[in-house]
Write a protein that binds this ligand. Structure first.
Ligand code: ADP
Ligand code: MG
Length: 701
C-alpha cells in the first residue's frame, strides 16, 4: 500500500494542532491533508486592488479596503445584539458589523494598526457598511509575500471564532501545498485527452486553484478539475452500466405471445403514439437477450406511460413470468389497479392489489398466490417490496413515479428473484437531462417526447387571492358545461395541522360557492381513513361528484379525463415540478383545460419566477430545466440521497456542455475497454482502484 501525505491526519499540519483539528473535522468534515486539499476556495481577493472607501457604490461587489479602526462598541440586545466598528481611510468611513462571535472579535480589533478589510459592502441609512468582513492586519500580509490572488475559503461561525476564518484557512492550505508532489496526485485522465482538451496537469491544477499565478491559470485549473469530476463520475456510471448490460444474468423473454397480441389487437383503446411504440421496442429488445434491463422512462405528464408499462407486463406474462407495478401512493395504486383490471377483463390474467391497507386475511391469500404463481400481476405501493412478499418468478418490475422512490428501494427489487427482474423506472415529470445523466446515468434511458393526439395545451393563468370569487364563477361555468374541477391546497409536512385547517376552511368556502343541492364535492386528504379516501376518489372518477377538494395526495398520476379545471390555492408554496405535475391532472381529455394559480399578494422573487414559467410553458422538459436552475440539484426530489450529485466544482446548470463532453469520452473509453486494460487507460484504472471504497459509488446500484 502506497502511503501518501494526503492521508495524514489534519492535526499534523503546521498551524492546526489537536484543537483546530477537531474543529475542522466537526465543522467541515476535513479529516486529512487530502480533505483540506479538496476544500476549494469560494473566491479570490486580488490583493493588489485596494479601493478607497469613498469609491464604494451601491452596486459594488466584493471589495478590499485599507484603514484604521477609530472606534467600536456593542449595541442592542438579544437577537439584535451586534458589534459595530468604524473603519477610516482618510477618504471616508466604513461601518463594520458582526452579529456573531461578537465578544471574541471585539478583543481582536486593534486600533493602532492598519487593517486590510474584505467583503461585500451594502448601504445602511445611506452609509456604506460591511457585515462579517474578512480582516487582516496589513503588515502581516505584506511580510508573508504571498501571491496576489488570495483565496477565501468556506468557513463556519465556530471556526471563525477560533481563528479559522475564510482567509486563515488559506494559510493552512498555503502550508500544505509544498508538501504535495506528483506522487500524491498522479494523473487520472488518459494522456490523449489531456492533450486534446489542453487540460492542466493534475498537480498543477490543484496548486493553481488554491493559489493561482493569474486569473487565467485559475480558470484553466478550474476547468481541469471540473472536467475530472464529471469525467470520473461518467466513467464509473458507464462501467456499472456496461458491466450489467454485458455480464449480468437476466431473464430472457423469448417471445411476444398471445396475451400481448390479443390485447394489442382487440383491447387497446387507442393507437399508440410513435414515442410509445419506440419505447416498447426498446423494452422488447432489452428483455430479449438474457441480460437484465434497467431502463428509465421519462415522459411528460400525460404522455401515456402506463399503457407502455402494461404492455411490457403482458410480455412478461406471455413468457411465464410475474410482474409488479409500484406506485408511490395508495390512491394511485388503486387507480392503476382498477384501470388495468378493466382493460384486461377479458384476458386470462390474474391481478391483485397489495397496499398498506390490504386486510390481513386478504394479504395472506395474495402472498400465497404470488408465491405459488397463480397470480401473474400485482399492483401496489411499497408494500410490494416488503421482505415478506415472495414471488414465484418475478420477471418484470415497474416503478411508477420514480421521484418518490429511493435508490435503496430500487436495489431491493433486484433481489426479489434469483435472477434479477427487468426494471422499468418511470418518472412523474421529466427531469433535466444533466440530472438524468448523472443521477441515473447507470440506467438506460428512454424519452417519450410526444403527447397522444388531440391534446390541447392547458391555459395557465396567475390570479391573486382577492380574485377568488371570479375564479369560482369560472369554475362554475365549466362545471355547468359538464366538466369537473380540482381545487388543491398545499400540504407541507412541518405544519400539517395548520394546512389541515386551511383545507377544512377552504372546503367550507368552496361549499358556499357551490350549493349542495346543485353541486357535489369530494374531499380527499391524508388524515382520512383509506376507505373514505377511496370512496371520495371513486365518486370523482366516476363523475358522481364534480369538484375534488384535496391536498397534494392527488398530485401524481390520477387520471380523470373529464376534469378541465385545476385551481391551485397558495400556489407560491409549491415547487415547480409539483405545480407541473398538478397541472397535468387536467388537459387529459378532448376539452380545453385551465390551470389557475392563486397566490397571495406578496411573492418572493423565486415564487414569482416559478409562476411565470408555469404560465409561459406547458413543456415539462422546459419546466424541469428551470426547476434545476432555480433550486439546484440537491433539492430535486429523489436524487438528493444518490450521492451522484455531490460535485464540488462542476455545476449541472452551468457546465452542461462539459458534462456532455465528459459523458461521450467516458462512453467511448468504457465501450472499447470496459476493464480499462489498455496502457493508455492505466492512469484511470490506477486511480479508480486507489479510491475504491472511499466514494459513495460502491453503494449505488
Ligand atoms: P402518464 O404518462 O402521465 O402516466 P397516463 O399513462 O396516465 O400518463 O396516460 C394519460 C391518459 O392518456 C390516459 O387517459 C391514457 O388512457 C391516455 N392515453 C395514453 N396513450 C394514449 C394514446 N396513444 N392515445 C390516446 N390516449 C392515450
Ligand atoms: Mg402516470
Amino acid at each position: 500500500m502506497n502511503t501518501s501525505v494526503l492521508d495524514n491526519p489534519i492535526e499534523y499540519l503546521k498551524g492546526v494542532g489537536p484543537l483546530k483539528g477537531d474543529l475542522l473535522r466537526k465543522e467541515l468534515n476535513i479529516h486529512t491533508f487530502g480533505d483540506l486539499l479538496n476544500h476549494f476556495p469560494l473566491r479570490h481577493i486580488d490583493k493588489t486592488q485596494v479601493s478607497k472607501i469613498n469609491e464604494i457604490k451601491f452596486d459594488t461587489d466584493f471589495v478590499q479596503v485599507k484603514g484604521r479602526i477609530t472606534e467600536h462598541e456593542i449595541l442592542g440586545a438579544g437577537r439584535g445584539k451586534r458589534l459595530v466598528a468604524q473603519l477610516h481611510d482618510n477618504t471616508g468611513n466604513l461601518e463594520l458589523v458582526w452579529f456573531q462571535g461578537i465578544h471574541w472579535i471585539e478583543k481582536l480589533l486593534e486600533k493602532n494598526v492598519e487593517w486590510l478589510v474584505y467583503g461585500k459592502p451594502g448601504f445602511f441609512n445611506g452609509k456604506p457598511q460591511m457585515s462579517h468582513p474578512e480582516m487582516e492586519i496589513a503588515a502581516d500580509v505584506q511580510s508573508e509575500g504571498k501571491p496576489f490572488l488570495e483565496p477565501i475559503y468556506p468557513s463556519t461561525e465556530k471556526l471563525k471564532a477560533r481563528g479559522l476564518n475564510g482567509r486563515q484557512i488559506g494559510k493552512l492550505v498555503y502550508n500544505l501545498l509544498p508538501l504535495i508532489s506528483v506522487k500524491d496526485l498522479p494523473e487520472n485522465i488518459p494522456q490523449h485527452l489531456i492533450d486534446k482538451l489542453k487540460l492542466t496537469p493534475r498537480l498543477q491544477a490543484y496548486n493553481q486553484i488554491h493559489f493561482p499565478k493569474s486569473v487565467e491559470s485559475f480558470n484553466y485549473a478550474l476547468r481541469r478539475l471540473k472536467f475530472e469530476e464529471l469525467f470520473i463520475a461518467q466513467i464509473r456510471l458507464n462501467i456499472t452500466k456496461v458491466n450489467r448490460n454485458r455480464h449480468s444474468r437476466g431473464i430472457r423473454f423469448e417471445k411476444v405471445g398471445e396475451l400481448f397480441n390479443d390485447f394489442y389487437e382487440k383491447y387497446l383503446p387507442f393507437q399508440l403514439t410513435n414515442a410509445q411504440k419506440r419505447v416498447l421496442k426498446e423494452i422488447r429488445n432489452d428483455t430479449a437477450h438474457g441480460h437484465q434491463m434497467n431502463r428509465l422512462l421519462q415522459g411528460d405528464v400525460g404522455s401515456g406511460k402506463t399503457i407502455v408499462a402494461l404492455l411490457a407486463m403482458l410480455l412478461a406474462a406471455d413468457n411465464g413470468y410475474q410482474s409488479c407495478l409500484m406506485a408511490p401512493t395508495e390512491i394511485l395504486a388503486q387507480q392503476h389497479f382498477q384501470g388495468i383490471t378493466s382493460l384486461l377483463k377479458d384476458l386470462p390474467v390474474e391481478i391483485r392489489l397489495l397496499t398498506g391497507s390490504t386486510k390481513a386475511k386478504e394479504r395472506k391469500i395474495i402472498l400465497e398466490e404470488l408465491q405459488n404463481g397463480s397470480v401473474q400481476m400485482v399492483v401496489g405501493t411499497h408494500a410490494v417490496i416488503e421482505d415478506k412478499v415472495q414471488f414465484q418468478n418475478l420477471g418484470f418490475a415497474v416503478v411508477d413515479e420514480q421521484h418518490k422512490f429511493g435508490v435503496a428501494q430500487r436495489a431491493k427489487l433486484w433481489s426479489k428473484n434469483e435472477v434479477p427482474p427487468h426494471v422499468l423506472v418511470m418518472t412523474a415529470t421529466p427531469i433535466p437531462r444533466t440530472l438524468a445523466m448523472t443521477a441515473y446515468g447507470d440506467l438506460d434511458y428512454s424519452v417519450m417526447d410526444e403527447l397522444p393526439p388531440g391534446r390541447q395545451p392547458v391555459s395557465t393563468v396567475h390570479r391573486y387571492e382577492n380574485y377568488r370569487m371570479k375564479v369560482m364563477e369560472f369554475v362554475r361555468s365549466e362545471i355547468d358545461k359538464g366538466r369537473q374541477a380540482y381545487i388543491i391546497y398545499p400540504l407541507i409536512e412541518e405544519s400539517e395541522k395548520l394546512n389541515y385547517e386551511d383545507l377544512m376552511q377552504g372546503y367550507e368556502q368552496v361549499k358556499s360557492y357551490f350549493p349542495e343541492h346543485k353541486y357535489k364535492i369530494s374531499m380527499v386528504h391524508g388524515r382520512q381513513p383509506a376507505e373514505q379516501k377511496e370512496e371520495n376518489m371513486r365518486r370523482f372518477v366516476t363523475g358522481d361528484t364534480q369538484i375534488m377538494v384535496s391536498t397534494t395526495v392527488i398530485e401524481v398520476g390520477v387520471n380523470v379525463p373529464n376534469a378541465s379545471v385545476m385551481v391551485i390555492e397558495s400556489s407560491e408554496k409549491f415547487g415547480l415540478s409539483q405545480l407541473h405535475q398538478l397541472r397535468g391532472r387536467v388537459g387529459r381529455g378532448a376539452e380545453k383545460s385551465y390551470c389557475i394559480l392563486l397566490t397571495g399578494q406578496k411573492l418572493s422573487n423565486d415564487a414569482r419566477e416559478r409562476i411565470k414559467i408555469m404560465c409561459a410553458t406547458n413543456d415539462g422538459f422546459k419546466v424541469a430545466e428551470k426547476d434545476l436552475e432555480l433550486r439546484g440539484p440537491g433539492e430535486i426530489e429523489g436524487t438528493r440521497q444518490s450521492g451522484a450529485l455531490n460535485f464540488k466544482l462542476a455545476s449541472l446548470v452551468n457546465d452542461k456542455e462539459m458534462l456532455e463532453a465528459a459523458k461521450s469520452y467516458a462512453e467511448r473509453i468504457v465501450e472499447e475497454d470496459e476493464f480499462l486494460e489498455k496502457e493508455e487507460n492505466a492512469p484511470l484504472k490506477n486511480y479508480l482502484m486507489l479510491v475504491k471504497g472511499k466514494t459513495p459509488w460502491s453503494k449505488i446500484s
